[in-house]
Design a protein around this ligand. Structure first.
Ligand SMILES: Cc1ncc(C[n+]2csc(CCOP(=O)(O)OP(=O)(O)O)c2C)c(N)n1
Length: 570
């Protein structure tokens, strides 16, 4: 827990007395916040009282987890800080999964929780939870605000910390007496001057390593988009011709169909990407953290490769794989400086390697002509992403459908792919779709969910209806917890334990009961028309897509194995 430091404040002009709750709202307005996702309750009622009549658009979700997930996706899509709020106790604990999600994927959100009055703290008061304690390991920072006069500075500090450096979630806990207290003081907050520096010696060493390599490969992580370095990385790749692989969170950083982009690496990566990594003699790792889903068995990951690692977070460099060259700092400046050096020297002589990689990508290209009449989810997802074009944004849930979306959708830009990468939280897709659509009403946002995960936040259909959010939902229903079923089939001798969801409700009726247009697709010949109908619908719309429960995701690196050992299905 971090309490505010006096040095962070500077006294500002005296103003008319306002309550802490009112100061919270006016500070959010001053910071340019437009949308807040939340759910009221006893310990945050003064804030809700102050919200009425404010410029903030408050979205009343139906479960606080939805508020945190929506704020997270709003931040990912808009590039701004997402904001959610909840009451003390159960409201606050319902935010926890969303906070962890933002932490794992480095997403800037500010979570505001009410708490019992300070005099009651520590007494097991009604709905009292030490939410700072509960969330300590999963926040970037947390602030317990002790007086109304501290509110503006606390919120500004929270925003600053959430989005600076490596972004992440910041929790601001407001006891109820602080919300009620009135004050004419506003201490203000001065943002520390943190001019980015580029380590030119490290950049020179990176250039030397690249020039010495025969098989260099760029390993792109989610940090590239978070760091606003997408343009810089695209320029680097264009200048050098070095092939690239992407993590799940970085999909779209380089468009899926760009030459040199080999696709996702790791457990459900492409053959071309995984082989290129294993073959490479130099990995240029940019904003990635060597997640085990990406590396497979770490000891056998990229065995021949030296490592050049760019990251804003020094603690990521050398954490799991030591770096031969470490470039710690803002990614955009670092990559731009490297590109300038590469441009000013001779062109790289890596054509044979680039051709090898391109040949492998072509040879390993997925075939979409699966046998049978049933819906083939990879083909459907490919088709919908292509039909939606460059405005396509997928907000994915977690499971087989998520992996199919990652492997088969076309992503033209990094914000086009919104997924719970690090935490892998089922239930993310629907609220994430809501957040993304509110961040960019002109985009074609499609939630891609499985029947299991969809049920985890299905109540947010009411949020869609209430605000008329024209989100499109592709619900891929295999009557089971598909990814778990696949692992049981492959690694637990077909002992199918607790994965059957064949008693799912009729999802079309469920959606209709919430007032949402819905229809069913259960044959391949219905797919194209169904996609057109979904994309053309004026309001929210759900396509309930029924697939064969036995369909599996291929290829797959078995858990604990090296990425060289990919399994292929029949
Ligand atoms: C909150 C949560 N609980 C459990 C899991 C473990 N888990 C990962 S994938 C999966 C199955 C998902 O099933 P479904 O949503 O139907 O999608 P499918 O795999 O069938 O496409 C489960 C249970 C998880 N990721 N998140």
């Amino acid at each position: 827990m971090i309490l505010m430091t006096a040095a962070a404040f500077k006294p500002s002009a005296e103003t008319a007395p306002q309550s802490g709750a009112r100061l919270l709202v006016s500070t959010l307005e001053r910071l340019g916040v437009e949308v807040v996702f939340g759910y009221p309750g006893g310990a945050i009622m003064p804030v809700y009282d102050a919200l009425a009549g404010s410029k903030l658009k408050h979205i009343l979700v139906r479960h606080e987890q939805g508020a945190a997930f929506s704020a997270d996706a709003y931040a990912r899509k808009s590039g701004k800080v997402g904001v959610c709020m909840a009451t003390s106790g159960p409201g606050a604990t319902n935010l926890v999964t969303g906070i962890a999600n933002a932490m794992m994927d480095s997403v800037p959100i500010v979570c505001i929780t009410g708490n019992v009055a300070q005099g009651l703290m520590g007494t097991d008061a009604f709905q009292e939870i030490d939410i700072l304690g509960v969330t300590l390991p999963i926040v970037k920072h947390s602030i317990l605000v002790r007086s109304a006069a501290e509110v503006p500075a606390a919120i500004e500090e929270a925003f600053h910390i959430a989005r600076s450096g490596r972004p992440g979630p910041v929790l601001v806990d407001l006891p109820k007496d602080v919300q009620f207290e009135t004050t004419a003081d506003d201490y203000g907050f001065s943002i520390p001057n943190e001019a980015p520096r580029v380590d030119h010696d490290a950049i020179a060493a990176a250039e030397a390593a690249i020039r010495a390599a025969k098989k260099p490969l760029v390993y792109i992580g989610g940090g590239v988009k978070i760091g606003g370095a997408t343009g810089a990385l695209r320029a680097f790749v264009a200048a050098t011709g070095i092939p690239q692989v992407s993590t799940l969170n970085a999909l779209g950083t380089i468009p899926t169909d760009a030459p040199g982009m080999l696709g996702m690496l790791g457990m459900h990566g492409t053959r071309a990407a995984n082989h290129a990594v294993q073959d490479s003699d130099l990995l240029i790792v940019v904003g990635a953290r060597f997640d085990d889903r990406a590396t497979g068995k770490l000891a056998e990951f990229a065995p021949n490769a030296r490592i050049v690692h760019f990251d804003i977070d020094a603690s990521e460099v050398g954490k799991l794989r030591s770096a031969n060259v470490a470039v710690v700092g803002e990614l955009r400046e670092g990559v731009e400086a490297l590109t300038a050096r590469m441009r000013s020297g001779a062109a790289l002589n890596i054509q044979a390697w680039a051709d090898d990689c391109a040949g492998a990508a072509k040879a390993g290209a997925h075939r979409y002509d699966a046998p049978g009449e049933g819906v083939y989810a990879p083909a459907l997802l490919k088709e919908i992403s292509e039909a939606a074009g460059d405005d396509f944004i997928a907000a994915c849930d977690v499971g087989q459908h998520q992996m199919w979306a990652a492997m088969h959708c076309r992503f033209a830009k990094p914000e086009a792919h919104i997924t719970s990468g690090g935490l892998g939280a089922m239930g993310f897709g629907l609220p994430a779709g809501i957040g993304a659509k509110l961040a960019d009403p002109s985009a074609t946002v499609v939630t891609i969910a499985g029947d299991g995960g969809f049920m985890m936040n299905i109540q947010e259909l009411a949020t869609l209806k209430r605000y008329g959010i024209p989100l499109k939902i592709v619900l891929i229903d295999n009557s089971s917890l598909g990814l778990v079923r696949q692992w049981q089939e492959l690694f637990f001798a077909e002992n199918y334990s607790e994965i059957d969801l064949s008693d799912n409700p009729d999802f079309v009726k469920v959606a209709e009961a919430f007032g949402i247009e819905a229809f069913r697709i259960d044959r391949r010949d219905q797919v194209s028309d169904g996609i057109q109908r979904l994309l053309a619908a004026d309001g929210p719309c759900l396509a309930h897509v029924v697939i064969d429960p036995r369909d599996n995701v291929w290829p797959l690196v078995p858990p604990g194995k090296s990425n060289a050992e990919m399994m292929e299905g029949s």
